[in-house]
Structure formats: C-alpha cells, structure tokens
Design a protein around this ligand. Structure first.
Ligand SMILES: Cc1cc2nc3c(=O)[nH]c(=O)nc-3n(C[C@H](O)[C@H](O)[C@H](O)COP(=O)(O)OP(=O)(O)OC[C@H]3O[C@@H](n4cnc5c(N)ncnc54)[C@H](O)[C@@H]3O)c2cc1C
Length: 336
C-alpha cells in the first residue's frame, strides 16, 4: 500500500487538468482495500475511486481520499460450451487485456481496442465503440461495497447497464470494482455492422487481429492522442430522443445522423449537431473542439475545470437552441 498526502494528480487525468488530492492511496490487494476502508471509515461522498483518469473532469483541489486498486491478475476458465470466462482485476489496463485476448485468438472485445483506461472503470460507463458495448460480453462484476464493507458479486442484470450508463455511474464511489468477468470465445461471430467496419465483411478468412488493427487505424485517424493533445474522448453523449422528436428533427434537418434503438427511441450523433452548429475546430482560450472530431473537447494548454465547463455550457446551449436537444456531458465531472 502507498499513501501520498497533497498528491499531484495532474498527470493521472488525460485532460491534463491541474489537480491535487488531499490524500492518494494505492492498494494492491482486497485486504489492503478493506484495511483502508476500516481505518478511514470510508463513505462514498468522501472518496474518489480513480482508474486511469481518462473519463474525468477534475477540480484544482480534491478534498477527498483518492483511491486506486491496482490488482493485476487475469484468470481463465473454460465453460462446458467451449467458451472462456476471463476474470480480470480492475488494475489491468483495458487495451492490454484486449491485446492479450486477441493474441490468443479470442473474440468479443476486439471492437473495443485502444479505449484508454483500466478494466475496473470499463463497467462504470459500459464502454462502447464500433457497435459493441462491454455489456455484450460481461458476465459479472466483483465489488467491494463501501457502505456494507463487504465484497459482493453482481450479475450483469444487477449492473443495470444501458448506453454509457450503469449502476456504478448512478451511484458514484459506492461500489469499488475489484474484478470483471467476461465471456469470450474463439468462435463467436464478429460484430461488423458499424459503418466503417462493414468492408471487413467481404473477407471470408477474417481474423480477430485484422478487426483489432482496423479499429486501431480508424481510431488513430480521427481521435487525438491525449499524450499530445489532452482530452477525454467524446465529451458529450449521443442524445437518445423519442421517435416523435426524431421525426420532427428529420423534417427540419434532413441530413441529421440518427440511429434507431431498441424500444423505438432514436440515438442522434452529437458530433454532427456540434459540427452543424459551427463548433468543430473552434478554440476559446485554452480549450476547444477538435478540428477532426467535433465531439472531442481538447485542452490546448493549462486549461482549468472552470474553463472546460463554461466552454461546454456554451455548446450545450447552442445545441439546445438550434435542435431543442439536451447534450449531456459524458465524462464524470468532480466538483470538489
Ligand atoms: C482518447 C480517448 C478515447 C476514448 N474512447 C472511448 C470510447 O470509444 N468508448 C468509451 O466508452 N469511452 C471512451 N473513452 C473514455 C474512457 O476511456 C473510458 O470511460 C474508460 O473506461 C475510463 O477508464 P479510466 O480507468 O481512465 O477511468 P477514470 O477516468 O479513472 O474513472 C472514470 C469513472 O470510473 C470510476 N472508476 C474508475 N475505476 C473504478 C473502479 N475500480 N471501481 C469503481 N469505479 C471506478 C471513477 O470513479 C470515475 O467515476 C475515451 C477516452 C479517451 C481519452
């Protein structure tokens, strides 16, 4: 276990916002986490569970105990049906896991290649990309329940997954995710319905490596590398509206990019709306919307949380005015 008071966590958030935490504690085992929880009588509102910091908008000073769980174990278990259950500790880097499974020829999470962050954070916003979400392969999640001070196994259903949302996102810092169990297989069908992956359908000998490589090249072509231009990926969620509202919008904006969802609702491409409202590539002070990807807010230099949120608010009100659609911020905003 490692403890650091007044810890500078500016380097542990991909938006590179300057931030200090009252106390940073790194734990490596469940026993250490339990010990910390007892010693400090942890309450959800007094802590921040930190992964890789790729989905956070941090304040200048965090008057909380910031805790990381850095367990690294990966265990495999074959099922009766020839699939594989993979139990992965929260501290494993997500893309290292994807790479490992792809190298074993295992299918299921290749479309989620190159998403930054840790395995422990993946269920929080039910990470998704190129037509696949974590929930498609997740079996269960092992958590340390901060209030009850016990470890629990939650089934997929109990995790209440939906688009970029879950029980964990709705109850911040209440459940410390320790381990995630995924079901993958060497035979599972690829998921290639997403526009830019459709061309792979023509290849009858397609390998899981090729799908991963395609996803990586698509992402590298349009997403700025946070190490060079700090960002949190998509800054806004794609709004999901009723069928009636989508019909009205289509009549007024025939080019609007919309994807029908199960249950009759319609998901709108937030990036298209931001682009149409003239915000793509616009810079205001230290922040701006990226020139190649209208959905990505970037920190050009020395931005603060206040600057980021006031720029985001201008975009939200502009979209509300033009389209009558509410844009929600996707990363987790921590105020104090
Ligand atoms: C360039 C870029 C591209 C991205 N692309 C995508 C994408 O395609 N799809 C997508 O879905 N996301 C994407 N993201 C967002 C981000 O990578 C994911 O949300 C990722 O899962 C966050 O992981 P993290 O470890 O960095 O979490 P953090 O940012 O550290 O934390 C995020 C949230 O999870 C909580 N949390 C973290 N670890 C745990 C834990 N062990 N237990 C309980 N709660 C925890 C935190 O308290 C916080 O609320 C992108 C980000 C960037 C920078």
């Amino acid at each position: 276990m490692e403890l650091l008071e007044q810890a500078d966590i500016s380097m542990i958030n991909t938006l590179a916002l300057p931030s200090k935490a009252r106390l940073l504690i790194d734990t490596y085992t469940v026993e250490e986490l339990t010990e910390v929880s007892k010693k400090y009588s942890l309450l959800a509102e007094d802590i921040l569970i930190l992964g890789g910091g790729s989905n956070l908008v941090l304040p200048a000073f965090l008057d909380r105990i910031v805790i990381r769980y850095l367990g690294q174990s990966i265990r495999y278990q074959e099922t009766d049906t020839g699939e594989l259950l993979v139990s992965v500790d929260a501290g494993v880097v997500w893309d290292e896991l994807v790479n490992k499974l792809v190298n074993k020829g295992l299918r299921g999470i290749e479309n989620l290649s190159l998403i930054p962050g840790t395995v422990g954070a993946a269920p929080v916003q039910n990470i998704g990309a190129y037509g696949v979400e974590l929930a498609d392969v997740l079996e269960s999640v092992e958590v340390f329940n901060i209030e009850k001070q016990i470890t629990e196994i939650l089934s997929k259903k109990q995790c209440e997954f939906s688009y970029r949302d879950s029980l964990f996102k709705q109850n911040p810092n209440k459940y410390f995710i320790l381990n995630v169990c995924l079901k993958v297989s060497a035979k599972r069908d690829f998921s290639l319905s997403y526009g830019e992956l459709q061309s792979l359908n023509r290849n009858s000998d397609l390998s899981v490596h090729q799908v991963r490589e395609k996803v990586i090249s698509l992402r590298q072509a349009k997403l700025p590398d946070p190490k060079k231009l700090p960002n949190t990926g998509s800054f806004f969620k794609n709004p999901v509206v009723t069928a009636e509202q989508a019909i009205k919008l289509k009549a007024k904006f025939p080019e609007i990019v919309a994807y029908p969802q199960a249950g009759g609702r319609v998901k709108l491409a937030a990036g298209w709306m931001i682009d149409q409202s003239g915000w793509k590539g616009v810079r205001s002070g230290n922040v701006g919307m990226h020139s190649k990807q209208a959905l990505v807010l970037v920190n050009y230099a020395h931005a603060t949380q206040i600057e980021v949120l006031s720029f985001a608010a201008k975009i939200q009100s502009s979209i509300l005015e033009k389209f009558n659609v509410v844009l929600e911020i996707e990363p987790v905003v921590i105020k104090t």
